[in-house]
Design a protein around this ligand. Structure first.
Ligand SMILES: [Zn+2]
Length: 69
């Protein structure tokens, strides 16, 4: 059973998506980034850097709008 799971993981295309991406803000690798920021930075901005968070939200809005075209 364990061997079967390992084989399936090797062939899983989602594996490539789960590669850590370096955060543009703190450079830590993160499995999930939103317009380049890792979840740690997003919560840090939300608590401590409202101006930075506002700029990030505008980038996020722009990214969503360009995807919709
Ligand atoms: Zn970060």
């Amino acid at each position: 059973m364990t061997a079967q799971v390992a084989e399936r993981v090797d062939d899983d295309p989602l594996d490539a998506i789960a590669e850590p991406v370096p955060c543009v803000r703190c450079s830590n690798g993160a499995l999930l980034t939103i317009v380049g920021r890792c979840p740690d930075c997003i919560s840090d901005m939300g608590r401590n850097f409202p101006d930075e968070r506002e700029a990030w939200k505008q980038e996020l809005t722009a990214a969503i709008e360009s995807r919709e075209e």
